[in-house]
Write a protein that binds this ligand. Sequence first.
Ligand SMILES: CC(C)(COP(=O)(O)OP(=O)(O)OC[C@H]1O[C@@H](n2cnc3c(N)ncnc32)[C@H](O)[C@@H]1OP(=O)(O)O)[C@@H](O)C(=O)NCCC(=O)NCCS
Length: 138
Amino acid sequence: MTIRTALPGDEAPTVALWQAAGLTRPWNDANADFRLALANETSDVLLAETDGALAGAVMVGFDGHRGWVYYLGVDPAQRRAGIGAALMAAAEQWLKARRCPKIMFMVRHDNIATKAFYAALGYEENAVVTMGRRLDDD
Ligand SMILES: CC(C)(COP(=O)(O)OP(=O)(O)OC[C@H]1O[C@@H](n2cnc3c(N)ncnc32)[C@H](O)[C@@H]1OP(=O)(O)O)[C@@H](O)C(=O)NCCC(=O)NCCS
C-alpha cells in the first residue's frame, strides 16, 4: 500500500469511494469539497492505493491552531487491513510537518462503529459540542 497526495484528476474515484464508504450527505457537495481542499494551501486529500488502485482517502487541513480530518473512508472490500490506520498516520504526519499541535475530527452520533477504530489508534473523546452555521446559504 502506498499513500500520496491527491491531484485534481483523482476527484471522481475519490468521491465514488467516499460514497461507497457512506460518507457523503445530500447537503454537502463532495466534489466541491474535494476541489476546495486541493485549492487551499492549508489542506489536502491523501489517498491510499493498493496495486495502483484507490483503496482509501482522507481530507486533512490545518486552521493555524488545530488540525482537522474529514472524509476518512476505506473501500468496504479492503477494511481491517490497516489502511484506515495508515491514512490517519499520514494525516498526523502531514499536520506535524506544519507544526500543528493537535489533530481533531468530528464523528456523527450514529457512527458508533468508528469509535472502536479511533480508540485503537489512541484517540479519545473530547468533552465539547461543535456548533455550526452554513455560510454558503447567505
Ligand atoms: C473507519 C474505517 C476508516 C476503518 O478503516 P480500516 O482500514 O478498516 O481500519 P484498520 O484496518 O486500519 O483498523 C485499525 C484498527 O481499528 C480497529 N477497528 C477498525 N474497524 C473496526 C470495527 N469495525 N470494529 C471494531 N474495531 C475496528 C481495530 O482495532 C483495527 O485493528 P485490527 O484490524 O488489527 O483489529 C472504515 O471502517 C470506514 O471507511 N468506515 C466507513 C466510513 C467512516 O465511518 N469513516 C469515519 C468517519 S468519522
